[in-house]
Design a protein around this ligand. Structure first.
Ligand SMILES: N[C@@H](CCC(=O)N[C@@H](CS)C(=O)NCC(=O)O)C(=O)O
Length: 237
C-alpha cells in the first residue's frame, strides 16, 4: 500500500468551503494535521505567503499547496480513487463525473442564492417572497437528479463527491432553520413537493463525515454576526 500522504489543512471550523475538505478527508479516512486560521482578524503575513488570497481552505499535500475548496476536494478524490468519485478512465467514470458536476452546479447556480439572500440579508429581504422561488428551484433542478438516491447521489449507499461539495451547505440549511434564520415557508412544502431531496438532505446532514466538524452554536453565532456586519455596512453606503 502507498504511504499515506502528509496533509496539513489550513481551515476554520466555521467556514462551509473549508468544511468540504473536512468531509473529503473524513470520508477518505486520511489522517491530517490542521491549523486554524482566525478569520476575525487580518491574515498574518505567514498565511498570506501560503494563500495570497487569504482564504480558507488551503491544503498542503505532500508539501504542495493547493487552494480553493472545489479544487482541494478534487485533488483528494483524484489522488485517492474511492466510492466518492470514479476515475475518468473507469467504465462509466467520465459520465458519472459529469453527472456529479452537473448536480453540484445546479445546487450552486440555481438553488443556493435564495437561502443565502435571506440568511445574510439581515431582515432586509422579503423571505416570504423568496421561499416559493427556493422551493420551485429545488423541485425543478434537484428533485429529478435525486430520484435514485440511496440515500446518496447516484444510487450510492456511501457519500459521494456530490455530497462532499454540497453537504456543508445542506447541514447549514437545516441548522439555519432550527435557529430561525430561515422561515418555515422554505421547508414546509419540501416533504411533499421534493420528497427525494428532503430525504437526501436529512441523510446528508446526519452523516458522521458531515457532522464531524460542525460546531453548530458557533456557526449560528458567526452567521448572525456576519449578517449584522453586512447590514451595518449597507446602512453606511
Ligand atoms: N472560493 C473559495 C471561498 C473560500 C472562502 O470564502 N472562505 C472564507 C471563509 S468561509 C474566507 O476565507 N474568508 C476570509 C475572510 O473572511 O476574510 C473556496 O471555495 O475555497
Amino acid at each position: 500500500m502507498a504511504a499515506a500522504p502528509k496533509i496539513k489543512l489550513y481551515t476554520s471550523h466555521l467556514c462551509p468551503w473549508a468544511h468540504r475538505a473536512h468531509i473529503a478527508l473524513a470520508e477518505l479516512d486520511l489522517p491530517y494535521e490542521e491549523e486554524i486560521i482566525d478569520l476575525s482578524v487580518p491574515r498574518t503575513p505567514e498565511y498570506l505567503a501560503i494563500n495570497p488570497r487569504g482564504l480558507v481552505p488551503t491544503i498542503s499535500y505532500n508539501g504542495e499547496l493547493v487552494t480553493e475548496s472545489g479544487i482541494v476536494a478534487q485533488l483528494l478524490a483524484d489522488a485517492h480513487p474511492s466510492h466518492l468519485l470514479p476515475p475518468s478512465n473507469a467504465e462509466g467514470g467520465a459520465l458519472r463525473r459529469a453527472r456529479t458536476s452537473f448536480f453540484v452546479d445546479a445546487y450552486f447556480s440555481k438553488v443556493s442564492s435564495f437561502s443565502t439572500k435571506v440568511v445574510y440579508g439581515a431582515g432586509d429581504v422579503d423571505a416570504e417572497a423568496l421561499a416559493p422561488q427556493f422551493v420551485e428551484a429545488v423541485v425543478k433542478e434537484l428533485e429529478p437528479l435525486l430520484q435514485d438516491a440511496a440515500p446518496f447521489f447516484g444510487g450510492s449507499e456511501k457519500l459521494t463527491q456530490a455530497e462532499v461539495l454540497t453537504g456543508s451547505f445542506i447541514i447549514r440549511l437545516l441548522a439555519f432553520r432550527r435557529a430561525g434564520l430561515l422561515p418555515e415557508s422554505f421547508f414546509a412544502p419540501l416533504p411533499e413537493k421534493a420528497p427525494a431531496f428532503w430525504k437526501w438532505a436529512q441523510a446528508v446532514a446526519a452523516h458522521p463525515s458531515v457532522t464531524r466538524v460542525f460546531p453548530e452554536e458557533r456557526i449560528i453565532e458567526g452567521t448572525k454576526a456576519r449578517a449584522a456586519k453586512l447590514k451595518a455596512e449597507k446602512a453606511k453606503n
